[in-house]
Design a protein around this ligand. Sequence first.
Ligand SMILES: *Cc1c(COP(=O)(O)O)cnc(C)c1O
Length: 229
Amino acid sequence: MIEKKEILRKNLDEVIWNIEQARVEVSEHHIVKLVAVGKYSDEESIKTLYELGQRAFGENQVQQLATRMQNLDDLPIEWHMLGHLQSNKINKLLELRPSLLQSLDSIKLAKSLNKRLVEKNQTMNALLQINSANEESKSGVGVDEAIDIYQQIKQECSNINLKGVMSIGAHTQDIKEIQKSFELTYSIYEKLVKNGATTCSMGMSNDYELAIKCGSNLVRIGSKIFKER
Ligand SMILES: *Cc1c(COP(=O)(O)O)cnc(C)c1O
C-alpha cells in the first residue's frame, strides 16, 4: 500500500506542477483550483490523496457521491457534483449539500431545483454548464443562450447561488477545436463577471493546461491523478 501512496503522490505532484506552469503563463495572480475526480477510483485512494493535501473532490453520480460522502465523513472534504442531475435525484442531492453543483445544465433543472430549495429553506452554489462545442452527447445550455439563461436563473431562482460557468472541452484530437470551445466558454464567463461570476471551470486530464491558458480557474482532473501506472 505504501507503493500506491507513492504513485498517487507522484501523479498529484505532476498535475500540480503542470497547473503551476500553465497558470503563471497567464499571470502570477491567476489562481487555479484543483478538483480531483474520483469516479474511476476508490475511497481508499481518495483518503490517501486527502492525506497528501488534496481537499476538493468531485463525483459525477449522485449515488456515488452519497456513498463516498458517508464513508469518508470523518474527513472535512469539499465535495463537488459534476454530472448531469436527473430531477428524481434532486432531493438526494439536497440532503448531501455539496459545496458546488457544477452541472446545472438547463433552465428547467434550475427551476425544479430552486423549488425544492425554497421548500427546504436551503441554498446551493452552482455553475451553469455550457455545451460550448455544441455536441449532441453533452448536456449544457447553448453558447448563444448562455448569458440570458444565466441572468434568468439569477433573477428567478432565489435559492441558487450562481458562481460561474462549467464546460467540457470539445471531444476531438484537434487542439484548435478544443481551444475554440474553451475560448467560447471563457468569453461568456468574462461577460458574466459583472453579474458576480467568479468561477470558470474547464479542463480535464487531457486538456487542463490548455484550459488554464484560455482562462480557466478550476480544473477537474480524474485519470491523471488516480491512474496507477
Ligand atoms: C470524469 C469527469 C472529469 C474528469 O475526467 P478525466 O478525463 O479523467 O480527468 C471531469 N469533469 C467531468 C464533468 C467528468 O465527468
